[in-house]
Design a protein around this ligand. Structure first.
Ligand code: GLU
Ligand code: MG
Length: 679
């Protein structure tokens, strides 16, 4: 999560004074990158994944599980061992037949929470299909290495959020809440990574807002939940800090679970995929085309049904992170008339995307966000520097924000060989897609990061979603698919993805005609060869589909999309029901057919595609549904939305068991199905 530069961080009033300066320097650095790298060609089509973990500590005798704040110790142990790994020693071979020798050891990184870790492969993945099969063993290897550097009673779990985060005691070692940085009545300042960037981020967001962040998650209304629900854990009698007034001023909303610190959002874990494009144009296209898939990926990976010891009525983390870093002032939020601030801003810094950036003739102006706010002066500077309007608009939109963490030392002189000021703004714009210019000082190309997915319990599922993202991206590029949708519809879809069981019950706006006009694509033909995942969805598509209507830009934009279920989007829908849709998985299958992937690889990939199919058609449950079911079926649950400590202990133990067994022992099959039966 961003660069870990060091220096003397400025407090918010000082940052505010230099914000314009940092933005201007950031834009100059961006122009320097643009000039240097806009013509960069033939970069390799590489990609990488990022896995975020929670470190939990069990006490089996007491039936307790807590978050372990030992991130720094674990990272130190890992860093020391990385030396060993470089020399080729000390790494057990986890998966028979897949030798680690000669492979790069994974890299571990800190994350916001002092109870979090992040791990990436030691080297990017390449274009080959065989690489796709190395992802899961590598993820398992990462988890095992992490685990080996923890205490025996600790475990790197991949749940998005810790169900008891904020109950004031489920951290080890214990620290009291209501510290000076976060001023949270639920979590201590020590919950955040001690690197100065993190507490400064939290403190300056709070200071800019003029009050603490506010996260209100709808509470799940169960049979015996007292209703209206008033979060019983809120303390209205604290008087340590001015911010303690927030709850007396209505910050905690009725029928909601209330949280008040950055850690409740940025303490959540996700799965991110980054692609390197062959050139800037390809990167811009990937960014646009993957953007409408964001809410679908979020709904498919839903894994966040519990907050602060209560069942929530939503299934995903997204809006909570959005609110946890929402530094907008009352004026920017539209709660007070605009006097000193520059504009109303419709979205938090962490939100779904508001721009398209490709110079694709299929991109119609009507798709763009009518509410987009841009800094016109900075945009003009980018245009004067030679950047085209589309990309200048994108960056001038990101640059409406203030920098949050500024180090005094960095303001001394502008270094155009560095990208620190640019990255300052770029890395604190947490949108669901990120377009990443080449960094200074190495040969990396233009990249696109896919950010909406929730972390999954097993490495199998995380690999499945990573592989699916890669394959659909390849299909987009290879078949020239068109997923353009008006941006406001994607914004709405992101909200829809929050609903409980959205993947089963809700409909999402999606483009009807995604196929290119010139080339018919063979769908579901070619014998499939993919075992479980190869069959067409019940009569979905005719063998060959050409375009059913002219490509854009003709006709009203509203005719181009409709509401579809995730099943229809992913698995396709028959044309007999009026206007068929090929489905993302059949498109991926067609792509694999066109690439003549060998049978063995195809069979292995089929397991991953089967998981995505099953999630979409409801035969396999999301982790959110499974966890909610686990809690509601637990003997200690009083049907009142409260998730007690004993239940959480059993839940996290169950999650650990599924991580290890992946359903081979029959447990957790609702999520994983028969995918792993082969072992
Ligand atoms: N953990 C954050 C999330 O769940 C992302 C942090 C990052 O950008 O690395 O979205
Ligand atoms: Mg991260």
């Amino acid at each position: 999560m961003g660069l870990l530069a060091v220096g003397t961080p400025l407090e918010w009033p000082e940052v505010k004074k230099v914000a314009g300066h940092v933005r201007e320097w950031g834009i100059e650095q961006l122009l320097a990158i643009w000039r240097r790298a806009k013509g960069k060609e033939r970069d390799a089509l590489l990609w990488g994944d990022e896995i975020e973990y929670l470190v939990v500590a069990f006490d089996d005798e007491k039936r307790e599980v807590k978050l372990s704040l030992r991130q720094a110790d674990i990272l130190t142990a890992l860093a020391n061992d990385a030396e060993l790994l470089k020399q080729g020693g000390g790494v057990p071979d986890l998966q028979e037949g897949r030798k680690k020798s000669g492979k790069n050891a994974p890299t571990f990184h800190p994350e916001f929470g002092r109870f979090m870790l992040e791990a990436t492969p030691g080297a990017p993945w390449g274009i080959g299909f065989k690489d796709l099969l190395d992802v899961e063993p590598d993820m398992k290897w990462r988890r095992e290495i992490a685990n080996n550097h923890m205490y025996a009673h600790e475990y790197p779990i991949t749940m998005t959020t810790f169900p008891l985060l904020g109950d004031r005691k489920s951290i080890i070692p214990y620290y009291p809440p209501n510290g000076s940085k976060l001023r949270s009545q639920f979590v201590p300042d020590e919950i955040a990574n001690p690197h100065i960037r993190f507490p400064t981020l939290a403190a300056n967001i709070r200071a800019r807002r003029g009050r603490k962040v506010e996260l209100n998650v709808p509470a799940f209304h169960d049979e015996k939940t007292p209703w209206p629900f008033k979060d019983p854990t809120v303390d209205y009698d604290l008087h340590d800090w001015p911010e303690d007034d927030d709850v007396r001023n209505g910050a905690a909303k009725e029928n909601h679970i209330y949280m008040d610190a950055m850690a409740f959002g940025m303490g959540s874990c996700c799965l991110q995929i980054t692609f390197q494009a062959k050139n800037i144009e390809e990167g811009r296209k990937m960014y646009d085309q993957l953007s409408p898939l964001g809410p679908i990926l979020l709904a498919l990976t839903a894994a966040t049904p519990i907050y602060k010891g209560f069942l929530a009525d939503t299934d995903v983390r997204w809006n909570q992170i959005s609110r946890a870093v929402d530094d907008r002032t009352p004026e920017e939020l539209g709660e007070a008339p605009l006097k000193t601030d520059r504009w109303r801003i419709p979205k938090s810094r962490y939100a779904s995307n508001s721009t398209y950036i490709s110079q694709d003739p299929r991109l119609r102006r009507e798709y763009l966000d009518p509410d987009l706010v841009v800094d016109e002066a900075l945009k003009q500077r980018l245009l004067d520097g030679g950047m085209d309007d589309m990309l200048a608009t994108h960056f001038a939109h990101l640059f409406i924000r203030d920098p949050i963490v500024v180090f005094a030392e960095d303001l001394e002189h502008l270094d155009l060989t560095k990208t620190d000021h640019f990255e300052n703004l770029q890395s604190t714009n947490w949108q669901h897609m990120r377009f990443k210019p080449p960094p200074a000082g190495n040969d990396t190309g233009w990249r696109v990061e896919v950010r909406p997915m929730e972390i999954q319990i097993t490495d199998f599922e995380n690999a499945a979603f990573a592989v699916f993202c890669v394959l659909i991206t390849r299909a987009i590029l290879s078949f020239d698919l068109n997923f353009y949708l008006p941006i406001p519809r994607t914004t709405e879809n992101m909200e829809t993805a929050h609903r409980r069981d959205a993947v089963l019950n809700d409909k999402f706006y999606f483009r009807k005609d995604v196929l290119p006009s010139k080339r018919p694509i063979k769908l579901n033909g070619g014998g499939g060869g993919g075992g479980v995942a190869s069959g067409p969805p019940s009569g979905a598509s005719t063998p060959r589909l050409g375009p059913s209507r002219p490509p854009s830009p003709f006709g009203p934009v509203e005719d181009e999309y409709e509401l579809m279920s995730v099943d229809e989007i992913v698995n396709g829908k028959p044309s007999s029901s009026g206007g068929g849709f090929p489905g993302l998985i059949p498109l991926v299958e067609s792509y694999l057919d066109s690439m003549n992937v060998d049978v063995e690889t195809r069979c292995e990939l089929a397991q991953y595609l089967a998981l995505i199919r099953g999630r979409a058609n409801g035969t396999l449950w999301t982790a959110a549904k499974w966890m909610r079911g686990f809690v509601r079926g637990h003997g200690e649950y009083g049907m009142d939305s409260r998730v007690g400590e004993g239940t959480v202990f059993d839940l996290v133990k169950a999650v650990e068991r599924i991580t290890v067994q992946e359903g081979r022992d029959g447990f957790g099959r609702e999520m994983l199905g028969e995918c792993r039966v082969k072992g």
